[in-house]
Each structure stands twice: as structure tokens, then as C-alpha cells.
Write a protein that binds this ligand. Structure first.
Ligand code: HEC
Length: 157
């Protein structure tokens, strides 16, 4: 009997507008846990384990420039205020210079996210618009923030 009732209940839940779709609606039970676990598993499975490029000053400066051009709107800069768009998103785009624990992943994991994006979150994939080199540069920059050379640090303040 359960095999009829459960799909019917799910159908009614979806069909009659009970699923919270607004960004500030309640979190669906298990939503964040399941979504988070799926994203992590996928990244662990597919992300490259190398660093792509050496973290030279030149590459980090180029990465900082790409970050300023493409990522600031959602992920912010040191001491900056959260943008209008970032305030209104669900899930919340991590403000990388406030929440230093996020995006510190190995470079290859950031690279995977930058290249592919994360579906249904607002995080774009950049492989149609940035070169391989640029995607590695911005991923390096993100992983190394907090221990950036002086010149790179200056370029984001
Ligand atoms: C339009 C908004 C938007 C833009 C622009 C954007 N992001 Fe994101 N990003 C997000 C959101 C939202 C998340 C959170 C996704 C989630 O919770 O699963 C995210 C997550 C990430 C993550 C995963 C963080 C973690 O540890 O879970 C990385 C890495 C990342 N973004 C890097 C970048 C980089 C680099 C750029 C620029 C090239 C960029 N993002 C541009 C919205 C954006």
C-alpha cells in the first residue's frame, strides 16, 4: 500500500504548491543535507587532484583579476558589503573573505566547481566563458587567500 500512498503524497505536495520555492521559504526537510552530500560526493569523485598551475605571483594576480570581474557580485571582497543579489539568494553564496573556512578546498575541488557550476544554486559554470588557464588561476587565488603575496592582497583592497 505504501508504494501507492507515498508517490501520491509526493505528487500532491508538488502539484498543489506546497514546495517552498521562494528564497526565504522554509528549508525542505533534509534538503540541505542531501544536496550538500550529493555535491561533495560528486566533487570527490570527479575533481582533479593536481593544482593545474604553479601558484606564482603572476598566476595569483591574474586569478584576483578574474575574481574581481566575475565573482565579487556573489562572493564579495575583504571588508566589502554583501551585494543586493547575494542578499537575496538561496542557498546563500559564501562570502569567501568573511567565512574563511569555505572555498579553502584543494585547488582541484574549487576548479571543478568553477568549471561546472552547481545546478539549482545560482553558482554558474564557467567552462563556456573562461579558458582552462583562467579557471585554474581563479581557483588557485581562492584556495590561497589568507596567504597571498602582498601585491595580490593589494589588488583586492
Ligand atoms: C550569481 C552568483 C555567483 C557567482 C557570480 C559566482 N558564484 Fe560561486 N557560488 C554561488 C553560490 C550560490 C554558491 C553556493 C552553492 C551551494 O551552497 O551549494 C557558490 C559556491 C561556490 C563554491 C563552493 C564553495 C564551497 O566550499 O562550498 C566555489 C569554490 C565558488 N562558488 C567559486 C566561485 C568563483 C571562483 C566564481 C567566479 C569565477 C564564482 N563562484 C561566481 C554563487 C555564485
Amino acid at each position: 500500500m505504501g508504494w501507492i500512498i507515498l508517490p501520491a503524497a509526493v505528487f500532491l505536495y508538488l502539484r498543489f504548491g506546497y514546495v517552498p520555492v521562494a528564497v526565504n521559504g522554509p528549508v525542505i526537510p533534509l534538503e540541505q543535507m542531501l544536496a550538500g552530500a550529493a555535491i561533495e560526493a560528486k566533487i570527490a569523485r570527479e575533481a582533479p587532484t593536481n593544482e593545474g598551475l604553479p601558484a606564482t605571483e603572476e598566476n595569483l594576480l591574474a586569478g584576483a583579476k578574474i575574481y574581481r570581474e566575475q565573482c565579487v557580485e556573489c562572493h564579495g571582497l575583504p571588508g566589502g558589503t554583501k551585494s543586493v543579489a547575494a542578499k537575496g539568494m538561496f542557498p546563500d553564496p559564501p562570502q569567501f573573505f568573511e567565512r574563511k573556512v569555505m572555498g579553502n578546498d584543494p585547488v582541484g575541488q574549487n576548479y571543478w566547481v568553477v568549471a561546472n557550476g552547481i545546478r539549482l544554486t545560482g553558482m554558474p559554470g564557467y567552462k563556456e566563458s573562461l579558458s582552462e588557464e583562467q579557471m585554474w588561476q581563479v581557483s588557485q587565488f581562492l584556495s590561497k587567500r589568507g596567504k597571498l603575496p602582498e601585491s595580490v592582497e593589494r589588488s583586492i583592497h
